[in-house]
Design a protein around this ligand. Sequence first.
Ligand code: PMT
Length: 432
Amino acid sequence: MRIVLGVSGGIAAYKAVEVCRLLVDEGHRVTPVLTDAARRFVGAATFSALASDPVPEGLWEPFEGGIAHTRLGQAADLVVVAPATADLLARYAAGMADDLLTATLLATGAPVVVCPAMHTEMWEHPAVTENLATLRRRGVQVVPPESGRLAGGDEGTGRMAEPETIVRAVLAALGPDASPTGFSGAVAPGVPALRRGDLAGRHVVVSAGGTREAIDPVRVITNRSSGKQGHAIAEAARERGARVTLVTASALPAPASVDTVRVESAAEMEAAIDAAARGADVVVMAAAVADFRPKVAAAHKVHGVPELVLEPTPDILAGLVARRRPGQVLVGFAAETQDVVGRARRKLERKGVDLLVVNDVSAPGAGFDHDTNEVTILCSEGRTTRVPLGSKRQVADAVLDVVVARLHGSAGGPADERPTAEHETGHTGESR
Ligand code: PMT
C-alpha cells in the first residue's frame, strides 16, 4: 500500500526514520514528505536511503507524475504525520496548505494518523487541545504522546509515541491485509506483537477511572484511579478491530473511534455498563468503582463536619456475572497491596469472573496513575500469566491476548505460564 510519511520539525523526527524503515519492511511504498523545519533535524538523504520512494523536494519543485501534493494525496492509502508539531497541527486544523505536507493533507481522502510531539506546556495549551479536537472530529486518528524525557533534558508528557506503537496504529488503520509479515516477527525482542484484527467483529465494553460519590454538591468520595489503564485497554481493543464502548469516570480524552460514555458515580457506571454489556462479547472492569457512598447526598453545601452514614455501592461485576450471556468473557481487575495473588484468586472465585487482573498497587511504577503497570492475570481454570512492568498499553495487549485466546476456545491463552498453586479459601475480610 502507499503511505505518505509526513515529518514536521521536532526532535522526534529522528524516530520517524524508524517508522519509515518498519513500514517499508512491512512491504509498503513509503514516500517521506519533510517540512523545512524537519530537514533541520534529519536530512532528506537519511529518509531517501530507507524509503521506497524518493523524498519530494517541495511544493514548487518538479515532481515525477504531475503536481506533487495532488498526486501524493490522491495516490495515498494513508498519510501518517510523525512527529506532528503544535505548528503543523494548527496549520492542518486551520486548513492551511502552505507547504507540501499540509497541501498533501488537504488533498488526500485517505485516512490520516497524526502523532503529536512537543513540550508538556505546549501539549497542555488549549490551542493544541482544540486543534486536536477539531482534527478528531474530522476523523483524523491521533496517536497520543507518552510521558518521558523531552528535548533539553525536561521530563513530562509530550514525547512522541514509540515507532512500533505508531506503526501498529498505521497498520490497524490500513486494514487486515496491511501486515503480511504479522509485524511482530520483524521487530526486536520486547517490542509488542501486532495483534491486528484478532478482535474484529467483537464488541468489547471497558470501564475506566475512579467513580465519584457525592457528599454534597461540592464534595465527593473517590479514589486515585486516573483511568489510564482502562483507556489503554479500550484503545488496544479498538486497534485490534473490536467495536468498543468505554464507560469512563476519568477526564482523559476519549480514544479515537471508541464510543465513550462519561459517568461520575457507581450508579451511573452500573446503568451504562449494563446497557452496553447486553450485546457485548467481552466486558473488562478496569474501573476503580467506589465501594461505598454516602447514604444520602446533601442537596446543599454542608457547613461544618458532616456525620456521614455510608452504604455499599452496587456491585457492578456481580450484576454482570448474574446476567452474563452465553460465551461472554468477563474480566475483573483487583487492586491489592498484600498477599496479592492469593487475595486475587479468592476474589476471582467469589466474583465468578473468567479472568481477574491483579495489580500490586504498592509496587513501584504499578497501579494508580502511573503510565506503567505490572499485573498477574488469573484464569478461572487456575492458570496465571505474569506481565512484567511495562506501559499500560503493553499490559492492555497482554490482557487482550488472554481474552482472545478464551474467545477462540483456549482457556489458558498463549502466554500462560503455569497452573497457580492452591490458595486457601474462606473469609478474609477482603474488599469487594
Ligand atoms: O486508572 P489507573 O490510574 O490507570 O489505575 C489502574 C487501576 C489500579 C485502577 C486498575 O488497574 C485496577 O486495579 N482497577 C480495579 C480497582 C478496584 O476497584 O479493585 P477492587 O478490588 O476494589 O474491585 C474488584 C473488581 O470489582 C474491579 O473489577 C472493579 O471494577 C469491580 N467493582 C468494584 C466495586 C463495585 N462496587 N463494583 C464493581 O464492579
